[in-house]
Design a protein around this ligand. Sequence first.
Ligand SMILES: [Zn+2]
Length: 114
Amino acid sequence: MLEKGKRYHKRKREEAMLMIANFRGGMRCHYELTPYLPTFEEPCEGKLEIDHINGGGTKDFKEKTAYHVYREIRLGERNLDELRLLCAKHNQWFQHVTVKDYRELDELRKTVKR
Ligand SMILES: [Zn+2]
């Protein structure tokens, strides 16, 4: 029974990921969608995961449960603009850095005289 449940969950997760991949134009890591990212040369590593571009993913999954998040994605009740796929390595990489942090960094960079 447990095995069956796990498989079902995995399939639902994969369906949600396929929707995001279709929207983004490929089943791959979309680290380049991080705004204000200057250069990024770290190669991808690990399995693909669903990422909330503007942060809040952990809270979202915790409050709604992963099942409901996947369900919302599949039913089109989610703004796919807020989501992307990231490899495990880049997902971890961006976990503690938000768009706001990158924007601030970008502004700081502009103040440096060349
Ligand atoms: Zn990656």
